[in-house]
Design a protein around this ligand. Structure first.
Ligand code: ZN
Length: 247
């Protein structure tokens, strides 16, 4: 499935046996990746396709990465199975300008850890509890059209302290019914690449069917979409532009 827009998005999902269980397919028939690409492709500016870990080159061939403006990453139990060489390619593309969005349990994915240089640690609970997402930075482009707060009737709890570097922006903060809070929408930049992490999206809960969550992810695609994409990461030795008088 692919739309007609100019922003080329690849939605990568590990899509393992865990996600083919009835309690997941009842919520996301065909997998989370197809639900996410489906709502993205309704936007006239976006053209989204999907890949999974069992595809050739783990769904991340060089030619695809080079022609992807924004990579969206959903992974959970198979983080360690992602080949380090593929991770390095993803990281290099982000340094060169590719945008990347990490969803939910991707806080422990290899590309997230490599790009943030942190542990991604948090605490969690699966208790069918309510979450209220607060827009902490209403002036941020990712918050465009998002209300001051919105509720998700069931979401997995993720709690502070969250093992990340100080974000460039904390766009959303979530409260959970059991009393915990979490920086649920944060941005970073690494070289030319923009990064967004967004917490909602446990595989047995319907967050990606929520229109406000969809709007956040669409806004994030447009924000991380590269303004500049450079072709190499070299450190060249260059001639002087002006005459130098050696001292
Ligand atoms: Zn989860």
């Amino acid at each position: 499935m692919s739309g007609q827009g100019s922003i080329r998005v690849t939605v990568w999902n590990e899509y393992t046996d865990e996600q083919k269980k009835k309690e997941v397919t009842d919520v996301y028939p065909g997998g989370l990746h197809n639900t996410i690409a489906g709502f993205l492709n309704k936007d006239e500016n976006i053209s989204a396709k999907t890949t999974v870990i069992t595809d050739p080159e783990q769904g991340l061939p060089d030619s695809l990465l080079e022609n992807t403006d924004v990579l969206i990453w959903w992974g959970h139990i198979y983080h360690d199975r992602v080949d380090d060489k593929r991770v390095l390619k993803v990281v290099n593309q982000v340094h060169q300008g590719m945008g990347i969005i990490f969803l939910h349990s991707a806080h422990r994915s290899k590309p997230f850890l490599a790009l943030t240089g942190a542990s991604g640690r948090l605490s969690w609970r699966e208790a069918e509890e309510k979450s209220r997402v607060w827009t902490a930075d209403p002036a941020h482009p990712i918050a465009a059209g998002i209300p001051e707060n919105f509720a998700l009737e069931r979401e997995e709890m993720y709690s502070e302290p969250f093992g990340i570097p100080q974000p460039e922006s904390t766009v959303f903060i979530s409260w959970f019914e059991g009393g915990n809070v979490f920086r649920s929408g944060v941005t970073f930049r690494r070289d030319y690449g923009k990064i967004f992490y967004f917490q909602p999206g446990h595989e047995t809960y319907p967050a990606y069917h929520n229109e406000i969550v969809q709007r956040v992810i669409i806004n994030a695609v447009k924000w991380v979409n590269p303004l500049v994409r450079v072709s190499n990461r070299d450190c060249p030795n260059v001639p002087a532009l002006e005459r130098i008088t050696p001292k």
